[in-house]
Unconditional design. Structure first.
Length: 376
């Protein structure tokens, strides 16, 4: 694959600082993806780097001109930065999700993806807004974006859209055509990105690894019981977050979890990885951020498990294991050898009942830390 970076924010020293090129495993529609060290997904991320990228992205949006706006983050990779940007802009937030619940929802597709369907819940809240800020880590063709806007246009009267991403690959002519199509629908749309590039030539090869299951034990978790009135769903952003009070509640909860983790760790432990699960990125970031302060350590990082099967190229992705969670959904974890180098890996998981606590031991140095509502 050949590409060209046309412009980038000075915060990125070079192209590799912006992203590293990965290959999707067994994907015939799009065989590449852009792996970022800034978002806490597939690669380990320092809380300070996450905060930096969120701050720079937030500067792109002039909130003075916004009357009644809402941020929407794209699953799976942008749920963390989406929540954090909404927090900085002091705006309501919801993320798309691939998790299916019984509640009323709307659906759109990401055609090239391993898991095509996206769901948005709390649909009634969408209709109350005048502007949507759509947040993703990168925009490639704009097709998924168009699918989402078409559905939102059917469900709401919103005509003002702002698209915010770290990286945008849409060529000027395609972006202009996209804007024209939206204008014809009565929609005003603006694009904001920290870097822009152009894909010059795609690699037609289909990359495939032999799939490898993770044969693991299931240790008893360190159970951390929460308050009676705590609900798990707001932590992920899948359900509507109204204002800064909701974000303050999440950060306070993360702070208390970090305090509990700090108590069970040896004082000498500085090199710590906080591992989240799936779409839950912001909360592990917030826990890691607090723990880094407690431990006076620059070696606290975070990342999450992923549904995305990525080809092991021996460079960026050096190893991969897969496992199934309690809902029989396949997840992947990458670069386990790197994870083993930490003093400890804290795997944060959530459960609504005692039947949901089974989590595989992903590394030899892993502690499973369970967040559960008291009495569940």
């Amino acid at each position: 694959m050949k590409y060209k970076i046309l412009k980038k924010d000075p915060m990125f020293r070079n192209d590799k600082d912006l992203f590293q090129l990965g290959r999707r495993d067994g994907n015939t529609k799009r065989n590449f993806l852009f792996l970022s060290k800034w978002i806490g997904k597939h690669l380990e991320c320092k809380p300070s780097d996450f905060t930096k990228i969120v701050t720079e992205l937030s500067k792109k949006i002039n909130t003075d001109s916004l009357q009644n706006a809402m941020c929407i983050g794209f699953a799976e990779t942008a749920t963390g930065i989406g929540m954090a940007i909404a927090d900085q802009l002091m705006l309501p937030y919801i993320s798309t999700t691939r998790e299916i619940y019984a509640e009323e929802h709307i659906t759109f597709t990401e055609d090239h993806s391993h898991a095509k369907d996206h769901f948005i819940y709390d649909v009634d809240k969408l209709g109350e807004k005048d502007c949507f800020i759509l947040i993703d880590d990168e925009i490639t063709t704009g097709n998924s974006l168009k699918n989402m806007i078409n559905i939102l246009n059917q469900e709401t009267l919103v005509t003002d859209y702002k698209v915010l991403s770290i990286l945008n690959w849409m060529p000027k002519e395609k972006k202009d055509s996209f804007i024209k199509q939206m204008n014809e629908m009565g929609i005003q749309i603006s694009f904001y990105a920290l870097a822009e590039g152009e894909i010059l030539e795609e690699d037609p090869y289909i990359y495939c690894n032999d799939r490898e299951d993770l044969h693991v034990s299931y240790p008893d978790p360190c159970v951390y019981y929460e308050k009676e009135d705590y609900h798990l769903s707001p932590v992920t952003g899948r359900h509507y977050l109204d204002d800064c009070m909701d974000f303050d509640h999440i950060d306070m909860h993360a702070f208390s979890v970090a305090c509990e983790i700090d108590k069970i760790l040896e004082p000498t432990m500085k090199n710590i990885l906080i591992l989240g699960h799936g779409e839950n990125i912001y909360f592990p970031y917030s826990v890691a951020n607090s723990l880094a302060r407690f431990r006076h350590s620059k070696k606290v990082t975070f990342k999450t498990t992923s549904r995305t099967p990525i080809y092991v190229d021996g460079k960026v992705i050096r190893s991969r294991k897969r496992f199934k969670d309690n809902h029989n959904i396949t997840y992947h974890i990458y670069n386990i050898e790197e994870m083993e180098k930490h003093d400890v890996v804290i795997f944060l998981s959530e459960a609504n009942s005692i039947q949901e606590i089974e989590v595989p031991k992903l590394t030899n140095n892993m502690i499973h830390f369970l967040l559960k509502k008291k009495g569940a």
